[in-house]
Design a protein around this ligand. Structure first.
Ligand SMILES: Cc1cc2nc3c(=O)[nH]c(=O)nc-3n(C[C@H](O)[C@H](O)[C@H](O)COP(=O)(O)OP(=O)(O)OC[C@H]3O[C@@H](n4cnc5c(N)ncnc54)[C@H](O)[C@@H]3O)c2cc1C
Length: 556
């Protein structure tokens, strides 16, 4: 049994309560006057565990003395025999090492897709997941919960129908966090079941436990029942991220929360401070503002969503202010404190103080690498826990890939899935092409934002002669019928070739609508495609035609 290093066995022993309990019983036996003593020495459970581990690892007790300096009397023959039997029974409980073509660490979007792609290619695949539920941040705490809440909020508040029935119209009076959580829980349950079924159907084996590298090709999976060792030809690390911890922001899952904890706020606050004007902060700010909460966003940059089109961000800011949201831009939070009356105060670097009923800290996320033991694999990560990869998602080790949020930008579920698929394809030499320049962005604010291709700022910097065509939801029959009049679609195209260069949409269903533009853009189509195409009537898709006419008219 030389496979297990002494240090590893000790780690294992220290961690497993079951084993501890077993050895406590052994100790009790040894302390019992009916049993021989260990040379009259005092010893701790810990020492005894190490003693047993050493005996187990080396097959004899001789190394015990070297490693631990414990001198043990050998005791009576009967007791020794019993002890050997116990050790043998423990040895028998160690499962044999399993061999896989691919071991994936993490069952979020990146891990799922890597696993399924490899399984479809006939490979033996295991996924290791430390949580009891599969799906990662995407299904359990991030994308799916926030998008479900994003759906529940306008529905329950009657937000869109207020244009017809007046501002007092609500589907439900006094909306509670329980109402929102009700829908979220249903969707999480269903999504988890779908994913679990997908993995099973594809023959992917699932191990629940903390995955870590024991060596470059060996993954150890530990849980409260023991451990497994998986030997992997290839490994995909899809361990995702967790909210960054700031010692000056004491989150408590109650009134000072991070993005994983939003739905645990017990009651909808009257005033919510949102720290961070990135995607997560702004999405939640919009939802709470739509519920009638007074939202204050603190962002240290001069604008929200700095990577989005500036006109779109202006439009969003206008709508948010209309819902009483306040933007504190160029401001940074120094510290956060809970006040004796249960309120929360954010102290800004500029010495301002903002008081609210709750605070959402939506600044930064940290790679989930602390339990991976990357050193054993010879893989490195930066101080934010991001693993460096090449264009094929390979780490510095050729057989180890990393995908999804753990490699950093853009940290989207959509992109993580694609990276997972590509990593598996590269590992097993499968054909798979993908162009990151063609990846879309969807931001589920109220109204939504979605875009693809170049922005006006980029085209200006690159001296591309472009023109713009715009259509407004309010001028489209579907917009009037549904009450979604606050929206617009912008096409960017080359003045001479008429090639479509970019699409920016701000308005209801923007994330869905974008995909028409995406298809044309990626197929290298021209703006005239929209003119020559008949769209269903009445649909928001008609915006493409209206924007194309508008753009061509500008050419003169
Ligand atoms: C509030 C919020 C809203 C979001 N909204 C969107 C959106 O609308 N659209 C979008 O595209 N993206 C969205 N995202 C981003 C999206 O959730 C992530 O990009 C995506 O989940 C990343 O997938 P992943 O596979 O890299 O990691 P994750 O989904 O984080 O999964 C990683 C998994 O690895 C497991 N793990 C970690 N370490 C170990 C270990 N040592 N052993 C075993 N298992 C381990 C974790 O438990 C976890 O289950 C949102 C994120 C947040 C936080």
């Amino acid at each position: 049994m030389t496979r297990i290093a002494f240090g590893d066995a000790r780690l294992y022993l220290n961690r497993h309560l079951e084993w501890m309990a077993f050895n406590r019983r052994v100790l009790e036996e040894a302390r019992d006057p009916g049993h021989p003593r260990l040379d009259g020495k005092t010893f701790s459970v810990e020492e005894h565990l190490m003693d047993l581990a050493s005996g187990y690892v080396n097959g004899s007790g001789r190394h015990r003395q070297l490693h631990l300096g414990i001198t043990c009397a050998q005791g009576s023959k009967r007791w020794r025999h019993g002890r050997q039997a116990r050790l043998q029974s423990w040895k028998n409980r160690i499962p044999p090492m399993q061999q896989y073509d691919l071991v994936v660490i993490g069952s979020g979007p990146g891990g799922q897709r890597a696993a399924i792609q490899a399984a479809k290619a006939g490979k033996r695949v295991a996924v290791v997941e430390k949580q009891s539920a599969v799906g990662g941040v995407c299904i359990n705490t991030g994308t799916i919960p926030s998008k479900t809440m994003r759906e529940a909020v306008p529905h329950l508040s009657g937000f869109h129908d207020q244009a017809f029935y007046g501002s007092n119209y609500h589907v439900k009076e006094n909306i509670t966090m329980k109402d929102l959580n009700f829908r979220v829980t249903r969707v999480i349950e269903n999504e988890t079941a779908v994913l679990q079924n997908q993995l099973k159907r594809n023959g992917v084996e699932l191990y629940h436990g903390i995955g870590s590298f024991a060596s470059e090709h060996l993954i150890r999976v530990e849980n409260s029942n023991g451990f497994n060792e998986l030997e992997a030809t290839y490994v995909v690390i899809a361990a995702g991220t967790k909210p960054a911890i700031n010692a000056k922001v004491p989150t408590n899952s109650r009134n000072i929360v991070n993005s994983d904890q939003v739905l645990s706020i017990p009651a909808i606050p009257k005033t919510l401070i949102v720290v961070g004007g990135g995607v997560i902060g702004v999405e939640y700010a919009c939802m709470f503002a739509t519920l009638g909460v007074r939202v204050i966003i603190v962002e240290k940059r001069p604008r929200l969503l700095e990577f989005a089109d500036s006109e779109v961000v202006e439009a969003l800011s206008y709508h948010m202010r209309d819902r009483r949201a306040t933007m504190r831009l160029n401001e940074e939070v120094e510290s956060v404190e809970e006040l004796p009356d249960g309120k929360v105060a954010a102290n800004l670097v500029s010495k301002k103080r903002i008081v609210g009923d709750a605070l959402l800290y939506a600044l930064g996320r940290q790679g989930n690498i602390d339990r991976l033991n990357l050193t054993a694999a010879g893989v490195e990560a930066d101080d934010r826990g991001r693993i460096k990869v090449d264009a094929d998602y390979r780490t510095s080790q050729k057989h180890i890939f990393a995908v999804g949020d753990v490699i950093g930008f853009p940290s989207l579920a959509s992109v993580s899935m694609e990276q997972g698929r590509l990593a598996a394809a590269r590992a097993f030499g499968l054909q798979a092409e993908s162009d990151p320049a063609g990846y879309p962005y969807g931001i589920y604010t109220i109204p939504e934002i979605s875009f693809i291709g170049k922005t006006e700022e980029q085209l200006t910097q690159e001296d591309v002669p472009y023109e713009v065509g715009v259509a407004y939801y309010r001028e489209i029959a579907r917009g009037q019928i549904t009450g979604h009049t606050e929206g617009r679609l912008k096409l960017l195209f080359h003045r001479e070739t008429l090639d479509l260069l970019g699409v920016d949409i701000f308005g209801e269903d923007a994330a869905e609508l974008l995909h028409i533009g995406q298809a044309v853009l990626l197929l290298k189509g021209k703006i005239t495609y929209f003119i020559h195409t008949v769209f269903n009537y009445p649909t928001l898709a008609e915006c493409y035609k209206a924007a194309a006419f508008n753009g061509l008219n500008r050419l003169g």
